[in-house]
Ligand binder design. Structure first.
Ligand SMILES: *Cc1c(COP(=O)(O)O)cnc(C)c1O
Length: 224
């Protein structure tokens, strides 16, 4: 797996998806998901010009952070146990998995600066997936108003594992609609301008439907 070659291919695909949907490739941020790989691959991603790295465990984030420092923008992308928040909070720029008040309370308690968070939504209704029911998202976001360390940057979803492009598109479109609704509320703590959606298998569809952060692991750095 050559990260530079992979990235070139991904950038071409981003370009195509943007042309199809009238979007600007500059609006798409690639989060290199390095949870499957070691520090060397993460370093290759940085050398290839990427600036966003994503990890789903506190241990993985910490070991890479110790090796690579605070220059990259670190994203926490997985289920986050409240008791782990203190380990990562001063190292991450974004948390993609805010899905409950107890977690919000802990982030607020531990952070000494505002943290950009994505509220995770379970669009497809799969039981195995974390995230809020779409109907609960607005109420949840309103209830974050008093946690001044939390800035709701946008919404995040993990689409189901399927090759059914129409179904995936429907999921992403639903999240986009919800993001626009929240954005239009004009809540000071929830600008909600961003959409974290799209992984190795489905990022082109996600981009066509409005993704601004795509989270790519296997197609970019491999999965060893
Ligand atoms: C692992 C993971 C990814 C990346 O998955 P790939 O299919 O390898 O691109 C993206 N988002 C989350 C939340 C993940 O856990």
């Amino acid at each position: 797996m050559n990260v530079i070659e992979n990235l070139k291919q991904i950038q071409e695909n981003i370009q195509d998806a943007c042309s199809k949907s009238g979007r600007n490739p500059e609006d798409i941020n690639i989060v290199a998901v390095t949870k499957y790989v070691g520090v060397n691959k993460a370093e290759e991603a940085l050398e290839a010009g990427l600036t966003h790295l994503g990890e789903n465990r506190d241990s993985g984030l910490l070991s890479k952070w110790e090796a690579l420092g605070e220059e990259p923008q670190w994203h926490f992308i997985g289920t986050l146990q409240s008791k782990k928040v203190k380990n990562i909070i001063d190292k991450v720029s974004y948390i993609h998995s805010l899905d409950r008040l107890s977690l919000a309370r802990e982030i607020h308690k531990r952070a000494d600066r505002p943290v950009s968070c994505f509220v995770q939504v379970n669009v497809s209704g799969e039981e195995s997936k974390h995230g809020l029911d779409p109907q609960k998202v607005e109420g949840f976001i309103r209830s974050l108003e008093n946690y001044s360390s939390i800035k709701v940057a946008g919404l995040m979803t993990m689409a189901p594992h399927t090759n059914d492009g129409d179904f995936l598109r429907e999921c992403f479109r639903t999240l986009k609609g919800l993001q626009e609704t929240i954005h239009s509320l004009g809540l000071p703590h929830a600008p909600c301008t961003e959409l974290s959606m799209g992984m190795s298998n489905d990022y082109t569809i996600a981009i066509e439907e409005g993704a601004t952060f795509i989270r790519i692991g296997s197609a970019l750095v491999g999965n060893d």
